[in-house]
Design a protein around this ligand. Structure first.
Ligand code: BGC
Length: 446
């Protein structure tokens, strides 16, 4: 057979993903709004400002989702808007989120709501945010309010986005320029991850208590770790170690209720409450990391990371394009027999010369994984529109649509139409596969 239409499972979710602070605009009450004020914290000196103006008019972009034939969208609610002061809930903010969720529903788009995507209200940040276990009941109270207020419009909940990235960027490395900007504290990094997982577990119970049929998951960032020098035994050991610390220990806590050797360092609380608190897995997959043994890094168990020499990088060296890594992650997740959603996958690519092939190459992997009977149920591309890319400001262009933050003008990139064609057909045709990945077989059967 030289031509085939590779259908995705029935009811597959085709979506995009965004986060409140990156798109809403005029958000002044969280730690990122403070962080932006200090010169140097945002590499480009940019500010989120009006972002993509969603607080006023997300609906115009919801219409674009309809143009693309999407049936799902992942967005987050901003804690600092809903609970601007501790214990006080703002009904106008809640109403705006109700309007947004209704707007999605009316367009046939199923919302997935993330409850924490990197931002903390200033009042929480002043109390140390996720550094202290005191955050857990506070998060629980916020989640209870959200499910009581929005639960008629949403039953698909993503508790926390990327505990590992949040903790590592804030407390271990300064690469990401993320608050609180206190790099080098390994033990605190681990404690923050543990508190986030305990917060996740509390949210899971709360969501189910208020909404028995809630579907609750987490967005876990996984990367493919491989030895920089494949024949070097030390590099291989370091790659295993990093994979375990970054990818696996979080999976083990969530499924077996154990912190394990690394995440458990200095733990005062058991992980038992975290066990079994998932109805589905969310995988954020972007890239591969090459690991190497570095005798100078005794603080990090002698491990360091690098880019692949000659690897295909996306804009500004953001990351290597490595679709095979998606299969490594999916194979790992499939063992747990839970439904899997790709809650983020994308790249910065201003001129859109890499994105079309990126999308097709990753979707080929996803389709193949579905043929292995892995429970792949949806794909949320990061992102619909260019948005405020945290410490990188506006220079990283992740959107299917280009956005000019000054004028708010949108311009579809070619990949928007490619993604539309795939989503509308619920399939990858050989014609699309051939056009965008001519070096690979147009027929995907494994
Ligand atoms: C985060 C997003 C971010 C994206 C691209 C993910 O780690 O969840 O907020 O914009 O990566 O860097």
């Amino acid at each position: 057979m030289s031509d085939a239409i590779h259908y995705f499972p029935k009811d597959f979710k085709w979506g995009t993903a965004t986060a409140a602070y990156q798109v809403e605009g005029n958000s002044h009450n969280n730690q990122w709004a403070l962080w932006e004020q200090t010169p140097g914290n945002i590499r480009t000196g940019d500010k989120a400002g009006l972002a993509c103006d969603w607080w006023r008019n997300a609906e115009a972009d919801f219409d674009r989702m309809v143009d693309l034939g999407l049936n799902a969208h992942r967005l987050s609610v901003e804690w600092s808007r809903i609970e601007p002061r501790e214990g006080y809930f703002d009904s106008a903010a809640i109403d705006r989120y109700r309007q947004m969720l209704l707007g999605l529903r009316q367009r046939g788009i199923e919302p997935m709501v993330t409850l924490h995507h990197f931002t903390n209200p200033i009042w929480l940040e002043e109390q140390g945010a996720w550094e202290s276990e005191a955050v857990v009941p506070r998060f629980e109270r916020f989640v209870a309010k959200v499910v009581q207020s929005l639960g008629d419009l949403c039953d698909m909940w993503c508790t926390i986005n990327e505990p590992n990235i949040y903790a590592i960027m804030g407390y271990l490395t300064d690469d990401g320029h993320m608050p609180p900007g206190r790099p080098g504290d390994f033990n605190l990094t681990l404690r923050v991850i543990r508190n986030m997982l305990l917060g996740h577990a509390a949210a899971y119970q709360t969501l189910h208590a208020h909404q028995p049929l809630a579907r609750v998951g987490i967005a876990h960032h996984m990367r493919a770790f491989q030895a920089l020098r494949p024949n070097n035994v030390f590099d291989r050991v370091v790659a295993r170690l990093q994979d375990y610390a970054f990818n696996q220990s979080i999976l083990e806590a969530l499924t077996r209720g154990r912190w394990g050797a690394i995440l458990g360092r200095g733990a005062s609380q058991s992980a038992r409450a975290v066990r079994g608190t998932l109805d589905w897995f969310g995988l954020n997959y972007y890239s591969r990391t090459r690991s190497y043994f570095d005798p100078k890094r005794h603080d990090l168990l002698f491990s360091n990371i690098a880019d692949t020499p000659d690897g295909e990088m996306s804009d500004h060296g953001y990351g290597e394009i490595y679709p095979d890594g998606l299969m490594h992650c999916l194979r790992r997740l499939a063992r747990y027999r839970l439904p899997i959603y790709i809650t983020e996958n994308g790249l910065p690519d201003d001129d859109d010369n890499q994105r079309p092939a990126f999308i097709v190459r990753h979707l080929r992997v996803l389709w193949t994984a579905a043929q292995f009977n892995y429970k792949i149920q949806g794909y949320y591309h990061w992102s619909l529109i260019d948005n405020f890319e945290w410490g990188q400001g506006w220079r990283m262009k992740f959107g299917l649509y280009a956005v000019d933050p000054q004028t708010q003008a949108r311009q579809p990139r070619n990949s928007a139409w490619l993604y539309r064609d795939i989503a509308k057909a619920n399939a990858l045709s050989s014609e699309i596969v051939r056009r965008h990945t001519p070096e690979l077989s147009p027929v995907l059967f494994p």
